[in-house]
Design a protein around this ligand. Structure first.
Ligand SMILES: Cc1cc2nc3c(=O)[nH]c(=O)nc-3n(C[C@H](O)[C@H](O)[C@H](O)COP(=O)(O)O)c2cc1C
Length: 254
C-alpha cells in the first residue's frame, strides 16, 4: 500500500489562521473536506481540477479516518490554489488530557515549553478559534465524500471534531454541498433515508450530490458510490461561477 497521510504530516498549524487576513484577497474561498470513505482517494483529482480556475483559494479539512485514503498531505499542499490544510489537532492539542495544566498554553507563560506545538492553538480570550475562522473564511463547504458516520453526526448536531464544528457553526446563508459515499446497504438503510430527507427538505443550505450505482470498493454492487468527482467539480464551478485561467476570470466577472 502506498504511504498515506498522517496527522504528523502537518504536526503544527502552518500559521495562526484569521479569516480577516483574507477578506480582501479577491478570491472565492472553497473549504473542501473528506471523511472516512475510500472515495477520499478522489480528493487529489478534485484539487487538480480546481487548480485550473482563477481567483480560487482552497482550504482542506480532513477527518482523522479520511487520512487513510489520502496521499501525504505535503503533496496536496503543492497543488496550485491549495492554501492550507486543517486537522483536528490544530484546534485541540492531541495530548490535552495528559498535559499538566502548567504546560498548557497561556498568555501568562510566554516562554512555555510547548511553544512550538501550541503556538497557533487557542490560548487566551481574543485568540482566533479555528472552526469559527474557517466558517468566516469559507464561501462554500464541500464534503466529498461524506461518510455515513459524519452524515449521522451532522444531522444529529454533533460537533466533536473540526469538520463537525465548522458545520455546526455554519452561516446558513452560504451553501454546503455533500457527496455521500457508503456501502449500498448503508445507503439504503432507513436511517440514512431519514437523514438525507432532513438535508434535502428542511436544511435548505445543504445540497446533496446523491451517490451513483456502481461496483463498490467492498465488492458489493449498487447505489452508494460517490458521485463522479468530475460531476462534483462541475457542480461547484456552476454554483460558484468559477472561471478558467484561460477565460481570464476574476471575482469581478463572477
Ligand atoms: C477501508 C475502509 C473503508 C470505508 N469506507 C467507508 C465508506 O465508503 N463509507 C462510509 O460511510 N464509511 C466507510 N468506512 C467506515 C468509516 O471510515 C468509519 O465509520 C469512520 O468512523 C468514519 O469517520 P468520519 O466520519 O469521522 O470520517 C470505511 C472504513 C474502512 C476501514
Amino acid at each position: 500500500m502506498p504511504p498515506h497521510a498522517s496527522p504528523s504530516d502537518i504536526s503544527t498549524p502552518q500559521t495562526e489562521f484569521k479569516a480577516s487576513s483574507y477578506a480582501s484577497d479577491g478570491k472565492i474561498h472553497i473549504l473542501l473536506s473528506a471523511t472516512g470513505s475510500v472515495a477520499s482517494i478522489k480528493i487529489p483529482l478534485i484539487l487538480s481540477a480546481l487548480s485550473k480556475y482563477s481567483n480560487v483559494s482552497v482550504r482542506l479539512v480532513f477527518t482523522t479516518s479520511s487520512l487513510l485514503f489520502l496521499p501525504p498531505l505535503t503533496e496536496l499542499l503543492n497543488i496550485p490554489n491549495v492554501d492550507g490544510i486543517h486537522l483536528d489537532h490544530h484546534e485541540w492539542p492531541k495530548d490535552l488530557s495528559s498535559t499538566p495544566a502548567e504546560n498548557l498554553p497561556t498568555s501568562a507563560s510566554p516562554d512555555r515549553e510547548n511553544e512550538e506545538t501550541t503556538s497557533a492553538i487557542w490560548s487566551k480570550i481574543g485568540d482566533p478559534i479555528l472552526h469559527i475562522e474557517l466558517r468566516r473564511w469559507a464561501d462554500i463547504l464541500i464534503i466529498a465524500p461524506l461518510s455515513a458516520n459524519s452524515l449521522a453526526k451532522i444531522v444529529g448536531g454533533f460537533s466533536d471534531n473540526l469538520l463537525l464544528s465548522v458545520v455546526r457553526a455554519w452561516d446558513t446563508n452560504k451553501p454546503i454541498a455533500v457527496a455521500p459515499a457508503m456501502n449500498t446497504l448503508m445507503w439504503e438503510h432507513p436511517v440514512t433515508t431519514s437523514q438525507i430527507k432532513v438535508l434535502e427538505t428542511e436544511w435548505k443550505w445543504f445540497k446533496v450530490l446523491r451517490p451513483v450505482e456502481k461496483l463498490l470498493a467492498c465488492g458489493d454492487s449498487g447505489s452508494g458510490a460517490m458521485k463522479e468527482w468530475s460531476s462534483i467539480v462541475s457542480w461547484v464551478v456552476e454554483e460558484m461561477k468559477l472561471k478558467l485561467e484561460s477565460e481570464g476570470g476574476d471575482v469581478g466577472n463572477a
